[in-house]
Write a protein that binds this ligand. Structure first.
Ligand code: MEV
Length: 433
């Protein structure tokens, strides 16, 4: 089945970036079987549907005055676990989508990305104060675990019917003296949901019972965004000849090691990873703040903030990269189910489960980081950024239509991409001040 699928629909669409927007959409529609109605949701002209109209937006958050749009691009070339993917990315930063597609093109040479996930287990926390005997209280919670898990699972019969539910309870004591507190971790398999609602409901239902059996006072009851029991991993081999030979591999590894030793560099390194991850998380209607919080907390789990990716050479001198990251991603539930474009983006990426989506997202994070490090350790980052950046500057100077390409081209030739130069060119070439 995989082979048939690959022959028919490949994500390797060469020259995709050169096509007009409508033709790109046609290609994606072919790939993902989008019908005419669905296509219209992307091509917003006149009164064609938005992803969310203001009426829906008004129900999603408070004090609504409109909706806020971001560019939506498609990363091509991805093969993950032998399957072809076109990946929607919503992001305002130029070069990110091109860089991910380019990295995926290189990864294809050696078979693409290999990704996996743990079970989708989220952690809920209950904070207990005023406990008299912490050891005794912790023991009581452990003894009553079965009953507590039953109460938790009674809160979400649907989740249990889909094979999820509360699995375990862990207890720890934190703080000193009067500030001591007992912390319960409720571990919940949330299946294809992001899980915050299910876990928070369970924690709130357990709190009074835990108070009763321990004699303590429950203060906070809330999900933890350090989702370190819900990890996604991806790995890829980047062919050494395709990236420029041994010297480039060595330069790449030197650049990577900077992030291993230095949190100042690691923050930027991980920011590049999140460029890719957030863009897919947003396009698929997920909570990117949760993903960001989890990623950075996980990066600092050993006490020093570290890169989320690792790189080394294989026996043939090819570059191998891997990523491990908590990804609390959902494909069911949540307010984003109301967002038509987010739903269609899930259709384009074509995943069956939240775990599969997490594998795709982890692969994009690795691709993004590989592309950034490859550029940084060779030609520098500005070269790739320059073309779209120059176009943005031209637009800021008032250029329209063909003027945009002309002004951008001239500024790049002159190696002078600045708003004042763009304005001068607008005056010189078109007499527009
Ligand atoms: C820019 O958005 C991201 C980079 O700074 C990432 C990195 O330095 O690795 C290019």
């Amino acid at each position: 089945m995989g082979v048939m699928f690959m022959e028919k629909k490949s994500s390797r669409i060469s020259g995709f970036y050169k096509l007009p927007v409508a033709e790109r959409l046609e290609k994606v529609a072919d790939f993902a079987d989008l019908n005419d109605e669905e296509k219209k949701i992307f091509l917003r002209n006149g009164d064609v549907a938005l992803g969310i109209d203001t009426e829906i937006a008004d129900r999603m958050i408070e004090n609504v005055i409109g909706v806020f749009e971001l560019p939506l691009g498609i990363a091509t070339n991805f093969v993950i676990n032998g399957r072809e993917y076109l990946i929607p990315m919503a992001i305002e930063e130029s070069s990110v989508v091109a860089a991910a597609s380019n990295a995926a093109r290189i990864a294809r040479v050696k078979g693409g990305f290999h990704a996996s996930t743990t079970d989708p287990v989220m952690i809920g926390q209950i904070q207990l104060l005023n406990v008299e005997d912490f050891e005794k209280a912790a023991d009581t919670v452990r003894k009553e675990k079965k009953k507590l898990l039953e109460v938790a699972n009674a809160q979400d019969k649907t989740l249990v019917s889909f094979g999820g539910g509360a699995r375990d309870i862990e207890v720890k004591v934190l703080g000193e003296g009067k500030e001591r507190m007992l912390i319960l971790h409720l571990l919940v398999d949330v299946r294809d949901a992001m899980g915050a609602n299910a876990v928070n409901t369970m924690c709130e239902a357990l709190a009074p019972i835990v108070e009763e059996i321990t004699g303590g006072k429950a203060r906070l009851k809330i999900l933890s965004n350090l989702a370190d029991k819900r990890l996604a991993r991806a790995e890829a081999v980047f062919d050494k000849e395709t990236i420029g030979g041994d010297e480039v591999v060595d330069a790449f590894l030197e650049g990577y090691r900077f992030a291993v030793f230095d949190p100042y560099r690691a923050a930027t390194h991980n920011k590049g990873i999140m460029n890719g991850i957030d863009a897919v998380v947003i396009a698929t209607g997920n909570d990117w703040r949760a993903i960001e919080a989890g990623a950075h907390a996980y990066a600092a789990r050993d006490g020093q903030y570290k890169p989320l990716t690792k790189y080394w050479k294989d026996k043939d001198g090819n570059l191998v990269g891997s990523i491990e990251i908590p990804l609390a991603i959902g494909t069911v539930g949540g307010a984003s189910s109301l967002h038509k474009k987010a739903q269609l983006c899930r259709k384009i990426v074509g995943v069956k489960t939240a775990g599969e989506l997490a594998q795709v997202i982890a692969s994009v994070g690795l691709a993004q980081n590989f592309a950034a490090l490859l550029a940084l350790s060779t030609v520098g980052i500005q070269k790739g950024h320059m073309e779209l950046h120059a176009q943005n500057i031209a637009v800021m100077a008032g250029a329209k239509g063909d003027q945009i390409d002309e002004i951008a081209k001239r500024m790049i030739e002159e190696k002078n991409v600045r708003i004042d130069r763009a304005k001068e060119l607008m005056k010189e070439l078109y007499g527009i001040v």
